[in-house]
Design a protein around this ligand. Structure first.
Ligand code: FES
Length: 152
């Protein structure tokens, strides 16, 4: 992402540190992720230590620190989903995609993310593929969903 675009996003919030998350989300909306260079620029313009910006960015699952694939598959392994078998679902996807959670397939088609709660605990295990939620997901169902995704 061009640095002048990053600057304009920061300036839109008057470089106010209270809106640092909003700045990162706006950058992510444009570029799909927030690069190390983007975080350094935020730190510089907000007059914050780079380490503080990095800590904040890494704290939130929803901020991507790496380029993402064409599709994003999220599997919730929060407590409620975990109790209902989310680990088996996650392992199935990792096996099918041949990528660990947090990574992207070699062909850059699918990124896999493990998240801690998506706010629908009663419907778990829960997965999200792009904008579509999959409730009560099982290893077999996620395999079908991922297979379909590869054909898109
Ligand atoms: S723990 Fe999975 S949605 Fe809350």
């Amino acid at each position: 992402m061009e640095m002048n675009k990053v600057d304009s996003i920061i300036d839109a919030y008057n470089a106010d540190p209270a809106f640092i998350l909003e700045m990162m989300y706006d950058i992510q909306d444009e570029a799909q992720y927030v690069s190390r260079e983007n975080m350094e620029r935020i730190a510089e313009k907000l007059e914050l230590p780079v380490a503080k910006v990095l800590r904040l960015a890494t704290f939130y699952d929803s901020i991507n620190l790496e380029p993402q694939g064409k599709h994003v598959c999220k599997v919730c392994t929060g407590t409620s989903c975990h109790v209902n078998g989310a680990e088996k679902v996650l392992h199935q996807v990792e096996k099918d995609l041949n990528v660990k959670a947090g990574g992207t397939t070699e062909d850059k088609i699918i990124s896999l993310k493990e998240v801690s709660c998506m706010g629908a605990c009663a419907s778990g295990p829960l997965a999200q593929i792009d904008d579509e939620y999959h409730e009560n997901i099982t290893p077999d169902k996620i395999k079908q969903a991922v297979d379909q995704l590869r054909q898109k």
